[in-house]
Design a protein around this ligand. Structure first.
Ligand SMILES: [Cu+2]
Length: 460
């Protein structure tokens, strides 16, 4: 482990030398940030007067390193960006119009994939819409079929809301409208949207088709985050060959910025004032990486104040030095910025998923630069983003249940994850999973590992 960390130190030192110009647009997808540059939050789209209307188009491209990009394009007056953050209050209405513009070529890996998984026929089913609404009626799933899942939201699994069994949007279909009402009692916090066409979910999420959805009001429950600088951080993982049983080479990305670029290691930069408290909202939007997060300042793990796990506010002692997040999981916490000259890194210490599990190696995710150092190095620092005052009525803290459980032989306070309204089990988040204030531990840990370790991840 120390050798790896030494490499991280080296990586931090070469960051300044390894700035690479942003590549041009990739197919029909926007270019992604150059390695070694300061992280910026995704574009925020806010509901107004209880409504948020968003039009997204799912596109694809192939970059010069061979990675397939699948992007939720959003058109602004300044150009097209991908994967905006959707910000809504409890009780708000979201109308999301999704146009499927996928145009993926069938390559060998995908054809093989299709032979196993893809050429599935979905049966006809009851829908809430008339038969003319063909996107509600299933059909053949290919790599160019898609739909949307709103991960974590307590909304019904019906067509035009959160159904992913019978809803299939094909490139030949007209734009498809999702109409969702965020429940008035939805816990505030970090959720996300991603495609879920069975058999091709991994491919599409691997390509980057994912974005954050934030239900506002966390400062009602955890007032200590009010006014803090907010970093919305999406950890993604892109494989050269996502469709194979044993995936090919991969890269982690943080807000689409590549974390490792062979042969040089370059790290995304996160800027903080010395001693500044920042509210980090981290989503593990990888397809199969179990991450073990730490902040290392001159090699010493720092305290992080956990605010919530999977949009469930934590109880008990919130101070931790390690946070585990499984694929699709979220952790929100308060960190403190390093002083000038500190070698500060945000790391994934890796995770052992057992003898049949996939490899989850340790890897630095970002270099944390004090604003003083950033000025000295002349980095372009993105403007600070602070949580605006919540416009929601105060409601009861949405802590559902808590108690004690045995973790590694010790009694620990726990929160039990609620699946109220989440009508079907998510493969990677079994119902019996528990989330503790010290990360994720599971009663079904071995089952979980085996399930996830056999190669495929979010799919199936
Ligand atoms: Cu999901």
């Amino acid at each position: 482990m120390m050798r790896r960390l030494f490499m991280f130190v080296i990586a931090v030192q070469v960051v300044g030398l390894a700035l690479v110009a942003a590549s041009a647009q990739v197919g029909n997808c926007p270019s992604r940030p150059a390695p070694g540059t300061p992280i910026t939050n995704p574009l925020d789209l806010y509901s107004q007067n209880g409504t948020l209307n968003v039009a997204l188009a799912l596109n694809n491209g192939l970059d010069s390193d061979g990675y397939t990009h699948e992007c939720y394009n959003y058109t602004t007056s300044g150009g097209t960006i991908e994967a905006p953050t959707l910000r809504l209050n409890p009780g708000d209405n979201l109308t999301l119009t999704l146009t499927n513009q996928l145009n993926l070529p069938a390559n060998a890996a995908r054809m093989k994939h299709s032979m196993h998984m893809g050429a599935m026929k979905m049966g006809a089913m009851k829908t809430t819409k008339p038969p003319l609404d063909t996107s509600c009626n299933g059909g053949t799933i290919t790599e160019n079929s898609t739909n949307l899942h709103f991960h974590g939201l307590n909304i019904p699994p019906v067509c035009h809301q959160d159904d992913v069994i019978n809803t299939l949007i094909q490139p030949t279909d007209p734009p498809f409208q999702y109409q969702i009402r965020i429940p008035a009692n939805e816990p505030p916090g970090l959720y996300w949207y991603h495609p879920h066409p069975h058999g091709f979910t991994t491919n599409q999420v691997n390509g980057g088709a994912s974005g954050a959805l934030i239900v506002s009001g966390i400062d009602n429950v955890k007032p200590q985050v009010a006014g803090l600088t907010e970093q919305v951080l999406l950890v993604r993982q892109q494989f050269l060959n996502p469709g194979s049983w044993l995936p090919g080479p991969y890269e982690m990305t943080l807000n689409f910025e590549t974390v490792v670029t062979p042969p040089l290691h370059t790290l995304p930069l996160i800027v903080a004032d010395p001693g500044e408290q920042q509210f980090w909202r981290v989503l593990n939007a990888s397809t199969q990486a179990f991450v073990t997060l730490q902040l290392l300042y001159n090699g010493v793990p720092q305290n992080m104040e956990l605010i919530s796990i999977d949009a469930v506010p934590v109880t008990g002692d919130p101070y931790v030095t390690t946070i585990n997040i499984p694929p699709a999981g979220r952790a929100e916490f308060v960190m403190t910025g390093p002083s000038e000259g500190t070698n500060a890194i945000f790391v994934n210490q890796g995770f052992d998923t057992g003898p049949v599990g996939n490899v989850n190696p340790a890897q630095a995710l970002a270099s944390i630069i004090s604003s003083d150092d950033a000025r000295i190095r002349n980095y372009h620092v993105p403007p600070k983003y602070r949580i605006p005052a919540a416009k929601v009525p105060r409601h009861k803290a949405p802590i559902r249940r808590s108690g004690q459980c045995q973790c590694h032989g010790e009694e620990k306070p726990v929160l039990f994850r609620s699946y109220r309204g989440h009508q079907r089990p998510h493969q990677l988040l079994p119902h019996s999973q528990r989330t503790t204030a010290h990360g994720v531990q599971s009663r079904s840990a071995s089952r979980h590992r085996h399930q996830c370790g056999c190669g495929r991840g979010l799919d199936d």
